[in-house]
Design a protein around this ligand. Structure first.
Ligand code: KG4
Ligand code: ZN
Length: 341
C-alpha cells in the first residue's frame, strides 16, 4: 500500500512515503539550530515551525516519491508520546488529509516505531522483516531511554526505562557543564575520540542493580562537583577531551552492560538499538564488540533513522495495516503521555 506518514512529536518536522516496506522518500526538517540558542527545545517555537514546515515537507516527500496525494492509500502520524501541541500538528493534519481523501488513518506510538527502525536497511531503505528475530531493543535519545523485549513482530514488553534523565539528556547536560553547545551529544562524541576514557572515574548508576531501569542524573551531578573542584581542566583542550571520553564511557558502559544482561536473561539471540544516542560511535563500537563476543546478532538503526523521522512511522503503520492490526482512527486525540505497554 502507498502510505504517507508524519512525525512531529518533538523538534523534527518529517514526512515520508512508503510502499511495500520500502521508504520511497523521507524528508526531515530539523529545528536543532533554532532551539540551540535556548539550550533546549522550546515548545512554542517547535509548534510554530511544525505549522510552517509541515505542508512544504509533505509536498517534498510526495514529489521525491513521485506519488500524488490521490494515489495515497493510507495516512499515518505519530500520536504520542511527545510535546502536546507539536503532536497535534502532525496528527490533525494527517487525519484531515485522510478524511478528505477518504482513506484510513492510523496514529502510531513513537517508541514502537523506534523499535522496528533497526530493521530498515539498504539503499533505498527497505524493511527487512523477513530477518526478524525476537530481540532486546535499546531505545536511547534525548527524551527516552528504555529496554524492551520484542518477543515477536508487533509484540513487545517494556523491561525498564530511566527513572530520571534520559541518556541523551545526560550527554546534553554534561556537555553544558563542560561548556559545549546544545545538543552536546555529537560534540562529546567528536571530542571523546581523542580523549582517554579512563582519565576520570565517573559513576555508573544502577549498573549493578538487577533490574532493567536506568538513572543518569547522578552522573551529571557528580560531573558538576568534579568540575567545581577541578575547574582548570576546562582550560585545556586535552582536559576537555578526557572529560568527554570519561563521561561518555560511563554512559556507554551502563547502556551496553544492561542491554547485554537483559538479552542473556531473556535468552534472545538478537539485540537492536535506535534513537539519537545510537549515533554515538563508542556505543556502536562497544555494542558491536559485546554482541560479537557473545555470538548475538546486532541491528543498529542506520544513522539517519536514529533521530526522529517519519520513515519509521510509515513503515510500522503499513505493517500494522497489512497485519490487520489497524483500524482507522480519524477522531482519535493525541496521547502526549502514552506509555509503551
Ligand atoms: O532521537 P533524537 O533526535 O530526539 C529525541 O530526543 O527524541 O535524539 C537527540 C539526542 C540528543 O540528546 C543528542 O545529544 C543525542 O541524541 N545524540 C548523541 C549523538 N547524536 C545525537 N549523543 C551522543 N553521541 C552522538 N553522536
Ligand atoms: Zn524519538
Amino acid at each position: 500500500m502507498t502510505l504517507l506518514a508524519f512525525e512531529t512529536s518533538c523538534d523534527e518536522t518529517s514526512a515520508a512515503v512508503v510502499r511495500a516496506g520500502e521508504v520511497l522518500s523521507s524528508v526531515v526538517s530539523s529545528q536543532i539550530r533554532l532551539h540551540a540558542e535556548y539550550g533546549g527545545v522550546v515548545p512554542e517555537l517547535a509548534v510554530r515551525e511544525h505549522l510552517r514546515n509541515l505542508i512544504p515537507v509533505a509536498k517534498s516527500a510526495l514529489r521525491e516519491a513521485s506519488v500524488t496525494s490521490e494515489q495515497l492509500e493510507a495516512v499515518a502520524a505519530t500520536q504520542g508520546p511527545g510535546l502536546p501541541s507539536a503532536l497535534m500538528v502532525g496528527l490533525k493534519a494527517g487525519q484531515a488529509l485522510a478524511f478528505s481523501l477518504r482513506r484510513p488513518f492510523l496514529g502510531i506510538h513513537h517508541h514502537e516505531a523506534h523499535l522496528y527502525s533497526p530493521w530498515i536497511t539498504g539503499t533505498p531503505p527497505k524493511a527487512d522483516f523477513a530477518a526478524f528475530q525476537p530481540n532486546v531493543s535499546l531505545i536511547v535519545s534525548g527524551g527516552h531511554t528504555m529496554l524492551v523485549h520484542v518477543e515477536g513482530e508487533l509484540e513487545h514488553r517494556v523491561l525498564g526505562s530511566t527513572v530520571d534523565d534520559a541518556a541523551g539528556e545526560c550527554f546534553d547536560k554534561a556537555g553544558k557543564l563542560i561548556g559545549l553547545g546544545y545538543p552536546a551529544g555529537p560534540e562529546i562524541d567528536r571530542l571523546a575520540e581523542q580523549g582517554n576514557p579512563e582519565a576520570f572515574d565517573f559513576p555508573r548508576p544502577l549498573l549493578n542493580d538487577s533490574g532493567d531501569d536506568f538513572s543518569f542524573s547522578g552522573l551529571k551531578t557528580s560531573l558538576r562537583y568534579f568540575l567545581r573542584d577541578h575547574p582548570h581542566l576546562l582550560e585545556d583542550l586535552q582536559g576537555v577531551r578526557d572529560l568527554c571520553a570519561s563521561v561518555q564511557a560511563a554512559i556507554v558502559e551502563v547502556l551496553v552492560k544492561k542491554t547485554m544482561r537483559a538479552a542473556r536473561r531473556l535468552a534472545v539471540r538478537c539485540v537492536t538499538a535506535s534513537g539519537g544516542v545510537t549515533c554515538n560511535r563508542a556505543l556502536r563500537r562497544d555494542l558491536t564488540a559485546a554482541c560479537e563476543r557473545e555470538g548475538y546478532t546486532l541491528r543498529l538503526a542506520d544513522k539517519h533513522l536514529c533521530t526522529d523521522n517519519a520513515a519509521m512511522i510509515g513503515i510500522l503503520a503499513e505493517r500494522k495495516f497489512e497485519r490487520g492490526k489497524a483500524g482507522s482512527s480519524l477522531d482519535e486525540e493525541i496521547q502526549p503521555g502514552w506509555a509503551l505497554a
